[in-house]
Design a protein around this ligand. Structure first.
Ligand code: AMP
Ligand code: TRP
Length: 330
């Protein structure tokens, strides 16, 4: 079985974007791949966190993954910071990556544009190197991510190839897997912007734990256009294209089938049906989440995941140290 690794930052509540761009795909992959998923809590530290909130979110994320259908008997789930090998490998990779490369990361450049260097943590700059460690420690073949993370996986490949070139074949060079549809679910109010939990207006995103009546209203008040045809045209009709994407992914139908179904119907009717589909998806997830978060399941799953993942990670970083001539052991 080929191996997949992916992580999710516990920095906010999960959105429908996270579900469609990431979680739903993990659920599909779990039958055909050996899947390692972790809560990237070290990555959360790039911006200041409240420790009580952070600790709660780490478990929340895992409970939500399980509620969305991940099967703990198939998937290895763990918390990044509980495995010191991630930080150790990241440090080794800092000597296998260049300042120029990291300066060209789009996410970093975007953050720089909003802040000044003086008030930005060094970890925000080195973040992609830690991500490379997360992936390469486990010899992942594939990394399923949203398209905002593609550049970081490319950098991971570069680091792996450089290390292999300098020290002999040691790391598997992984490939990103970007979903063909849903890699970028857009904001409901500003459909040219990615749906994100850090948005100021909460009408633009749907949280997996949102009150269902509110959720339906958010869909119904989503920004569309002054045309009247339900047609997939990202450039000229970004709002409708986004709603069609969400609808297709949640109902397992194609965009074309939906265009045909709503060819002679109003936007209002289309949105109303989509609001029902969203409700039907979220209601059982929310019920399951509430059950799981009050049970010992999350800790059990994370303890088992820790045992399995840390064994692999520890061996890999120890071997990397030896390859570099560190310490006394060969
Ligand atoms: P984040 O919440 O930013 O840590 O992202 C976790 C995962 O969800 C990553 O694979 C992201 O690429 C994906 N993701 C986040 N927001 C969206 C979105 N609006 N559309 C599609 N995927 C997303
Ligand atoms: N950087 C990713 C994000 O913000 C989360 C992440 C951390 C990750 N390490 C990873 C994703 C390794 C895939 C593989 O979404």
């Amino acid at each position: 079985m080929k191996r997949m690794v992916s992580g999710i930052k516990p920095t906010g509540e999960l959105t429908l974007g996270n579900y469609l761009g990431a979680i739903q795909n993990f659920v599909r992959f779990q039958d055909d791949y050996e899947l390692f998923l972790f809560v990237a809590d070290l990555h959360a530290l790039t911006t200041p966190q409240n420790k009580t909130v952070l600790r709660k979110r780490i478990k929340d994320v895992v409970a939500m993954y399980l509620a969305c259908g991940l099967n703990p008997n198939k998937v290895t789930l763990f918390v990044q910071s509980e495995i010191p090998a991630h930080s150790q490998m990241s440090y080794l990779f800092e000597s296998h990556s260049y300042v120029g490369e990291l300066s060209r990361m789009t996410q970093y450049k975007d953050k720089i544009a909003k802040n000044t260097n003086d008030s930005m943590h060094v970890s925000l700059f080195t973040y992609p190197v830690l991500m490379a460690a997360d992936i390469l420690l486990y010899d992942a073949d594939f990394v399923p991510v949203g398209d905002d993370q593609k550049q970081h996986v490319e950098l991971t490949r570069t680091i792996a190839e450089r290390f292999n070139h300098r020290h002999g074949d040691f790391f598997v060079v992984p490939e990103p897997i970007i979903p063909p549809l849903g890699a970028r679910i857009m904001d409901l109010q500003e459909p040219t912007k990615k749906m994100s939990k850090s948005d100021i207006s909460d009408k633009g995103f749907i949280l997996l734990m949102d009150d269902l009546a509110r959720t339906k209203n958010k869909i119904k008040s989503a920004v569309t256009d002054s045309d009247t045809v339900v047609r997939y045209d990202v450039k000229n009709k970004p709002g409708i294209a986004n709603l069609l994407t969400i609808y297709a992914l949640l109902s397992d139908s194609s965009i074309e089938a939906l265009e045909r179904k709503y060819a002679s119907q109003s936007y209002q009717a289309f949105k109303s049906d989509l609001a029902d589909v969203v409700e039907q998806t979220l209601a059982p997830i929310q019920a399951k989440y509430k059950e799981i978060i009050t049970s010992p399941l999350v800790d059990q799953v994370l303890d088992e995941g820790l045992a399995k993942a840390s064994d692999i990670a520890y061996k890999k970083v120890r071997k990397a140290n030896q390859l570099l001539g560190l310490g006394r052991k060969r």
